[in-house]
Ligand binder design. Structure first.
Ligand code: SF4
Length: 412
């Protein structure tokens, strides 16, 4: 595994929801009411049996607890860190009805899986295999592909994952804010998927020409490519030094290429990625970070708790304003010229860095070059337009089950 543990980055991005100590986990697990038809399980896109895994945790059956989670979601460790639990399982917990704090399901799940992954015994119980071993290619190695690949491998199929970048894991490795999930933890989960029998080939980009050969080599393909490049602002000055799109900015600091940010930074956009980039810029040393959004606070797409987190980090928000031009001197950014959309007033924000974060395009080129009898499945951000890691995991699993069911009856 690549060594991405950077002490400086670790110091600047402490865990948002730190791991439970053993005793804390036991106390929290014992608060759970183990509800029948538990709403937390219904709210989870992968339908983890929450009361079951918590009950096992409470009785110190750590391996049983982890297996309960993994049975529903092979990427439960990363989901435990990055899921917006406030609006999923914990948001649905019955404790809210009694005016009590919801059970900290995410942190309990993290505890169970951290113990499991550290145990050295990560073998899973075998599942019935298919009548025929299928050859499946997964393109992209983000959570959707890893989930699909792992579920197929568990059922005896031969799966190869193709990743264009040097490291596998997709956004889990390169794109999730460090204080939620660091690259080391993401890569540990990649290793776990490999241990199920999945082959992962990094630095192998699949272009249309290579894709057309897949029909002869594979029975089915899963496309988990995620979204394409980030959209450009389409204003003058975007080629200046100091304009860095949000995903590149996040990937650079997560892989240790960037250890600092300049003093003044403007992020354009108000989604979760924009918020992550703005918060990270503060942590990397920027004194003055503003987010610019052409609509109102009520229309921002970032979750409420992400917004609160950014405010807590000291990020300023400028609503109802859009960029007109990036100003520069000697090829470097010196400011962002903006206009208020309600009054038409123009103003300039002095800055050394502009981070566009206004969404990503959808890369569908491969879908169009699909040929012959090859069965193609797709999931994750590529098909849903960019949702949560747990949604991608659910998509990957659904595709794996469909591939398994369509190509061979299972043995009894
Ligand atoms: Fe436990 Fe809350 Fe789920 Fe009930 S809803 S099983 S109390 S976590």
């Amino acid at each position: 595994m690549a060594d991405l543990a950077n002490p400086e980055i670790a110091r600047r991005f402490p865990d948002l929801h730190p791991a439970f100590a053993h005793q804390e986990a036991a106390v929290e697990a014992n608060r759970c009411l183990y509800c029948f038809d538990a709403p937390c399980t219904v709210a989870c896109p992968t339908h983890i049996d929450v009361p079951r895994f918590i009950r096992k945790l409470a009785s110190e059956n750590f391996r049983g607890s982890a297996l309960t989670i993994l049975d529903a979601n092979l990427l439960g460790a990363s989901c435990s860190r990055v899921c917006p639990v406030e609006v999923l399982c914990e948001g649905a917990c019955v404790m809210h009805r009694y005016n009590r704090a919801p059970i900290e399901i995410g942190r309990l799940q993290r505890f169970a899986l951290d113990v499991f992954h550290a145990s050295g015994d990560t073998e899973l119980p075998s599942l019935p295999s298919g009548a025929r071993q299928l050859r499946v290619a997964c393109v992209g190695s983000g959570p959707a592909s890893l989930s699909c690949a792992g579920e197929l491998a568990r059922r005896g199929h031969k799966v190869t994952v193709f990743e264009a970048r040097p490291l596998a894991g997709g956004l889990n490795t390169y794109g999730v804010a460090e204080y939620k999930l660091n690259a080391e933890a993401a890569l540990r989960e990649v290793e776990f998927i490999q241990s199920l029998g999945v082959e992962i080939r990094c630095n192998e980009e699949i272009d249309s020409a290579r894709f057309t050969q897949f029909a002869a080599e594979y029975d089915a393909v899963f496309l988990g490519l995620g979204l394409g490049k980030m959209e450009q602002l389409g204003i003058p000055g975007e080629d200046l030094h100091g304009v860095v799109d949000a995903l590149r900015f996040i990937a650079e600091y997560k892989t240790g290429e960037r250890l600092s940010a300049p003093g003044r930074v403007v992020v354009v956009g108000a989604g979760n990625t924009a918020v992550d980039a703005a918060s990270a810029a503060r942590r990397l040393g920027a004194n003055d970070v503003s987010m610019l959004y052409r609509r109102t606070v009520a229309e921002m797409s970032a979750f409420e708790f992400e917004y609160e987190h950014a405010k807590h980090e000291g990020v300023e928000f400028r609503w109802l304003a859009k960029p007109l031009r990036i100003a520069g001197q000697a090829g470097r950014v010196t400011g962002l010229e903006c206009v208020r959309v309600d009054t038409g007033d123009e103003f300039t924000i002095p800055c050394e860095m502009v981070i566009p974060a206004i969404g990503q395009s959808r890369g569908r080129a491969l879908l169009e070059s699909a040929q012959g009898s090859l069965k193609i499945f797709a999931g994750g951000d590529l098909t849903n337009g960019g949702r949560e890691v747990v949604d991608a995991v659910a998509d990957g699993k659904r595709a794996a089950l469909a591939i398994h069911a369509q190509f061979g009856e299972t043995h009894a």
